[in-house]
Design a protein around this ligand. Sequence first.
Ligand SMILES: Nc1ncnc2c1ncn2[C@@H]1O[C@H](COP(=O)(O)OP(=O)(O)O)[C@@H](O)[C@H]1O
Ligand SMILES: [Mg+2]
Length: 403
Amino acid sequence: MPEFDSVPSVVDALGARGYIADTRLATTVYLVTQLDKPMLIEGPAGVGKTELAKALAKITGRRLLRLQCYEGQDETKALYEWDYGKQLLYTQILREKIGQVVADAPDLRDAVERIGAQESVFFSERFLASRPLLEAVRSPEPVVLLIDEVDRADEALEAVLLETLAEFQVSVPEVGTFVAEKPPYVVLTSNNTRDLSAALKRRCLHLFLDYPTAERELEIVRSKRTGLPDALAAQLVDIVRGLRELELRKAPSISETIDWARTLAVLGVSELTAGILSDTASVVVKYDKDVRKTISALPRLVDPNAKVPEAGSERGHGHGHGPGEHDHGEHSHTSNGRPERDAEEVDGRAVRAGKDAPGRHGPGYYRTKDSSQADTEPGPPRRVTADRGARSFGANLGRRRAL
Ligand SMILES: Nc1ncnc2c1ncn2[C@@H]1O[C@H](COP(=O)(O)OP(=O)(O)O)[C@@H](O)[C@H]1O
Ligand SMILES: [Mg+2]
């Protein structure tokens, strides 16, 4: 299994697997492999966060385990649950045997006691269904653990993640505590739809991944062998960067640039005109309003000297449009009226703006500079509903201890 001895060696290894990294990104990856610290990548959709975790698994020869986060997800989907179906199947098959155990019980209470004495048989490793966190801890071979889009998970689950990541161990009350022999490389990603807890950020090496520079984006597009000649690809990258400057509901990401390049190559385009770009714009912008804004901006983006009327009213919000100026995650230009919530809004500006009301969390949640208590305070108190953590019919056998 390759060990990396320097940042350039990481750049090279990633490059060989088709992932184009700059030194800032590669430095963080290098540190992940050296420090056994989780890495948190934040940034808009489609900038290569998930892909990086996959590439890390490839270059280290490790298996990739993925926990895809979503709203309402509970810890049984992240840690483990009891395999109810299997338990039931076994009790069916063993019906006769179980019958013998209770055959001469004088009353119901005694029968229940006898069954209870056998409980440990059914709450043993055999019936444990590992979910990604436990799987990562139990794996005999070290793995890469991808916790994808952690901002979609509820805060309660975030706290569970934090506990697990702190010690790379998972305790199952009925069975015992599992400790990772070799800690996994952990990659968490966030699309910034909400702020993550300070405790989680503190625990991780943090990387903000923005849209790449024109140079790197071109390199990525080229590496995908789209079939579009280099000169056109370079021009296309600039145009996409121009589109990112518009106030689009969903700005085009790297994958859209790649798709657009492929599309134009398939059409055998030899020159990028506003006409052909407009005809294919739906490859890069997916909302009707965005398409209209894009089409009206294209002539100017293709030829900055062209005399075309500005789509003035559709832009604005005091957002700077200087060349090379990009969002840096804080999105200070979010419109002041709260936009309607939309789960599809992948870059999450509106969602986050709506959720990030001051005081949404208790004091201390967003604590920023507190290192003295870093290890004793893993985060906010867990808010867990009564049914959360109920695990098949093991629910009453004992709640999972806090780790
Ligand atoms: N640095 C990169 N090198 C190569 N391909 C990249 C890079 N960044 C992004 N891509 C491409 O962009 C696509 C989208 O990336 P993805 O990881 O799914 O985005 P995210 O998880 O940030 O939303 C990937 O499938 C990949 O083809
Ligand atoms: Mg992703």
